[in-house]
Design a protein around this ligand. Structure first.
Ligand code: SF4
Length: 93
């Protein structure tokens, strides 16, 4: 994604950081490369034969990284989803 105002992360952020993929529908041209490269992570979107990230995709893996690298218009990015913060400690007796 060429825009810097969108959330994006890499594996370098650390194992505590969960990642998921996102396809920018404004950029996707429907080449199908991501579907062929990482079918467990992408599916066809009904509108305009574009692609979208699967909601049931497994943890981002090498095939997903390959799809990101191969997308001809850089429409695929990673979103960072951090685990929720622990609840505040309850006051003692
Ligand atoms: S590789 Fe990129 S342009 Fe091609 S379908 Fe996937 S997201 Fe769209």
């Amino acid at each position: 994604m060429p825009s810097d105002d969108k959330p994006r992360a890499t594996h370098a952020e650390g194992p505590e950081t969960a990642l998921r993929l996102v396809v920018d529908p404004a950029l996707c041209i429907g080449s199908g490369i991501c579907l062929a490269t990482a079918p467990r992570h992408f599916e066809s979107a009904a509108e305009g034969h574009r692609s979208r990230a699967r909601s049931d995709a497994p943890v981002v893996d090498e095939s997903a990284d390959d799809a990101v690298a191969l997308c001809p218009v850089e429409a695929i990015g990673f979103l960072t989803s951090r685990p929720p913060a622990p609840p505040p400690a309850s006051p003692g007796p």
